[in-house]
Design a protein around this ligand. Structure first.
Ligand code: X2X
Length: 343
């Protein structure tokens, strides 16, 4: 009897250890992580830091390898979400823009001139709206781990300084493959063409397009876009959050302890990643100095100049607010009002 009790006790302890360490879980030797951009800049580096942090926190049990420059989805950015959902891609650090064709609520961040500052964005992401968006992606098979950042999107081109909508007239601007961007740039008088990032880089070099829009710190500087475009217009017209994510089917295979470790690693990496992506624009503007030193002409639009573009794009805002959902847009507008009152 005593012997049987002892055997039960040993079995219990063994089981406890196995579950507790994740030793018994069927883990893959490598988890593939998708990244649209290269390993450089706050976005690319955010992915490698996350992989390292997870490896360390799980004692090497979970080995994530970032695949850069859209390798896992053959460059086609709008396919990324579905491949994560299917578990073809395990993890990702993704732009909400590239997922917005599948999850229409994510177009919220592309509503023109909605977010006045990063504080408002944080309040939205960490509040009710952010929770609902994470729920929406989770219901579609992708689990959000933390909010990261690509940043405010600004315009570069090789033709002329852009200060007013008339300056955009006829300018051929590369945009991402999400239809809201075509609507925005058409409303502002430009001639938008949607293109994946990989193709866009060669199009800039060949001069087959005149301009593009992307964040200064995460993209314009690391990709040295001054080599192809002379003019930068800072107008912060759209914001581009990133999401550290995992395929829900993969997430369910991890032990509770490993899930906690992954969430913690994502949260800590996201803090670093956001801070780095924001460093140039929110600080003493060393980013603009870098651009100027490399021959770029930097135009920072005044609130009055921005208003002219916002008026032009108002019908696009109204059209897309309906697609996104009035309740999400209302909640976000309330956060914006709160921030503006505090100023
Ligand atoms: O394609 C872009 O412009 C990029 C790199 O910013 C995104 O993936 C949204």
């Amino acid at each position: 009897m005593a012997l049987r009790n002892m055997a039960a006790c040993v079995t219990f302890i063994l089981l406890f250890c196995i579950v507790g360490t994740g030793f018994g879980a069927q883990y893959k030797p490598e988890y593939k992580m998708s990244v649209v951009v290269g390993p450089i800049g706050a976005w690319g580096e955010g992915a490698s830091r996350f992989a390292e942090a997870v490896n360390k926190a799980t004692n090497g049990r979970i080995n994530i390898k970032p695949y850069y420059s859209g390798q896992l989805f053959a460059g086609k950015q709008t396919n990324e979400f579905l491949l994560i959902k299917q578990g073809v891609i395990d993890f990702s650090l993704s732009s909400t823009i590239n997922w917005s064709t599948t999850i229409k609520e994510l177009n919220l961040f592309s509503l023109p001139f909605l977010f006045p500052d990063y504080q408002t964005l944080d309040a939205v992401e960490y509040g009710e709206v952010g929770k609902r968006l994470f729920r929406a992606i989770d219901e579609n098979g992708v689990t959000g781990l933390a909010w990261g950042e690509n940043g405010y999107r600004d315009l570069t081109n090789n033709k002329r300084p852009v200060n007013k909508p008339e300056d955009l007239q006829g300018l051929k601007v590369r945009v991402v493959g999400s239809p809201i961007f075509i609507d925005i740039f058409k409303a502002m008088g430009a001639n938008p063409v949607s293109m994946n990032w990989g193709e866009a880089l060669s199009a800039f070099q060949q001069g087959t397009v005149d301009g593009q829009e992307n964040p200064v710190d995460s993209i314009i500087i690391p990709y040295k876009l001054w080599q192809v475009h002379k003019y930068l217009t800072v107008w912060n017209y759209a914001i581009d959050p990133l999401i550290f994510s995992v395929s829900r089917s993969v997430w369910q295979t991890f032990t509770r302890k490993d899930r906690e470790a992954i969430l913690k690693a994502a949260g800590m990496t996201a803090q670093w990643q956001k801070k780095t992506a924001r460093a140039g624009l929110s600080g003493a503007m060393p980013a603009f100095e870098t651009l100027k030193k490399n021959g770029m002409e930097v135009t920072v639009l005044t609130p009055e100049q921005i208003r002219a573009f916002a008026i032009r794009t108002r019908p696009v805002y109204i059209k897309w607010a309906k697609e996104i959902g009035a309740d999400l847009v209302d909640l976000t507008e309330k956060e914006v009002e709160k921030s503006l009152k505090q100023k």
